[in-house]
Design a protein around this ligand. Structure first.
Ligand code: NCD
Ligand code: ZN
Length: 339
C-alpha cells in the first residue's frame, strides 16, 4: 500500500475558540498537527501577554502534546510595555485586524497608518515580532484583499526588518506583492486553493463555504494552488479553520468561517497526490513555517505521522458538550488517504 510520512506539521493560522467549542475542536487539530498559530479573536480579544498565557494554559490542559503559538491582538491599548512583556514571555506574533473586517474584529485597528500605530509597529520591528495581517479593505467584497495591497507595500517598505504575513491569501493579485518584498510572507488555506465562489453560491447558497476573505474566481484558486503545490518558500500552510455553530451559520448575517480542522492533512495529501506534488507537501505543511517563523525543532518533541492510501470519511458533524452542532468542511465526504 502506498504511504507518505510527514514530520512536525504546523497549522500557521487556526481559530480554536473557548470553552465547550475549544474542547470539541482542539482534538481534531492535535490529532495530526504538532502545533499551530492560535488566533486571538475571542469575544474578549487576547490582547495582553497575560491573556495569551491564560489561553495557552487552557489549550494545553486539553491537549498537552499540542504546541500553541500564541498571538497578541493589536487593540488601541497595546503599547511598548505590553509588547515587552509579551516578548519576554516568548510570544512572537502580533495579529492586526482592520476594525470590522471579520469575526470579532471590533477591537481592531481603525487607521493602520496613523502615527500612534506606525510608532507601535516600529517598536514591534525592533523587538523582532512577526506581524500577521488580515489584509482586507471595507470595499466591494471581491476586491477587499486587492485594495489592501498598497498598505502591505507601504509597511513592507517602511519596516524592512519586520516580517509581515499576508494571511489567508485569496486573490492572485497578491502574489506579485508577496514576491516583490523580501520581508513579506504568506499563508494559504485549504479552501482558497481548492474552492471558488461557485462552491459558495454556484448551485444553492452554502453557508458552510462562507468565509473571509471570501472565496474568489477559478483563476485565483488555480494560481494560489500552484504556489502551494510548488511549496513556494515564502508560504506556509495556515488552515484558518474557523468553527461556528450551525445556528450562527444559518441565521441572517451568517457567521464567516470554515471549520476545516478535522481532515486537513488527509485532504492535502489527496490534493498533492492528484497533482503529482507529494514531494513538496512536507515543505508546505512544516519546513517553510519553521524557516519563515524562525521556529527551532529543538523546542518541540518531534511528531511523525504515516498516512496510507486507504479511504476514510469526514465526520458529519461535531457536537459540543452542551449540544451545539458544528459542521466541518466537506462533511461526510470520502477521502482516499487516512492515518
Ligand atoms: C474567522 C473567524 O471566524 O474567526 N473567520 C473567517 O471567515 N476566516 C476570522 C478570520 O480569520 O477572518
Ligand atoms: Zn482567521
Amino acid at each position: 500500500m502506498q504511504t507518505i510520512t510527514l514530520k512536525n506539521p504546523f497549522d500557521m493560522h487556526l481559530h480554536l475558540r473557548e470553552d465547550v467549542i475549544l474542547e470539541s475542536v482542539l482534538p481534531f487539530s492535535a490529532r495530526t498537527f504538532l502545533g499551530g498559530v492560535v488566533m486571538p479573536n475571542l469575544k474578549n480579544p487576547v490582547s495582553t501577554a497575560e491573556d495569551a498565557i491564560q489561553y495557552k494554559n487552557q489549550i494545553q490542559n486539553i491537549c498537552p502534546d499540542f504546541y500553541p503559538l500564541m498571538t497578541i491582538y493589536i487593540t488601541p491599548t497595546l503599547d511598548e510595555n505590553k509588547l515587552k512583556k509579551a516578548k519576554d514571555l516568548g510570544i512572537k506574533i502580533l495579529k492586526l485586524y482592520p476594525k470590522g473586517a471579520t469575526t470579532n474584529s471590533n477591537n481592531g485597528v481603525d487607521d493602520i497608518l496613523d502615527s500612534k500605530m506606525l510608532k507601535l509597529l516600529e517598536i514591534a520591528q525592533d523587538m523582532d515580532f512577526i506581524l500577521s495581517i488580515h489584509g482586507e479593505s471595507n470595499g466591494f467584497s471581491l476586491d477587499r484583499e486587492y485594495e489592501f495591497l498598497s498598505i502591505f507595500e507601504f509597511l513592507a517598505k517602511k519596516y524592512k526588518k519586520l516580517k509581515i504575513v499576508l494571511e489567508h491569501m485569496s486573490d492572485h493579485r497578491s502574489i506579485k506583492v508577496l514576491e516583490d518584498y523580501e520581508n513579506l510572507f504568506g499563508t494559504l488555506t485549504l479552501h482558497h486553493i481548492t474552492l471558488d465562489l461557485d462552491s459558495l453560491l454556484g448551485k444553492g447558497l452554502s453557508p458552510h463555504y462562507f468565509c473571509k476573505p471570501i472565496l474568489k474566481t477559478p483563476k485565483d484558486r488555480e494560481k494560489l494552488l500552484e504556489l502551494a503545490l510548488n511549496a513556494h518558500p515564502k508560504i506556509s500552510f495556515g488552515s484558518d479553520s474557523a468553527p461556528h455553530t450551525l445556528e450562527n451559520k444559518l441565521k441572517d448575517n451568517a457567521a464567516a468561517g470554515i471549520f476545516s480542522a478535522p481532515y486537513l492533512l488527509e485532504s492535502l495529501i489527496e490534493l498533492f497526490d492528484k497533482n503529482h506534488a507529494l514531494e513538496n507537501l512536507q515543505k508546505f505543511i512544516s519546513d517553510n513555517a519553521f524557516k519563515n517563523y524562525a521556529l527551532d525543532s529543538k523546542d518541540f518533541v518531534e511528531k511523525t505521522l504515516t498516512f496510507y492510501k486507504k479511504p476514510c470519511q469526514i465526520v458529519e458533524k461535531v457536537t459540543t458538550k452542551d449540544g451545539q452542532t458544528i459542521i466541518p468542511m466537506h462533511a461526510n465526504k470520502m477521502l482516499s488517504w487516512s492515518l
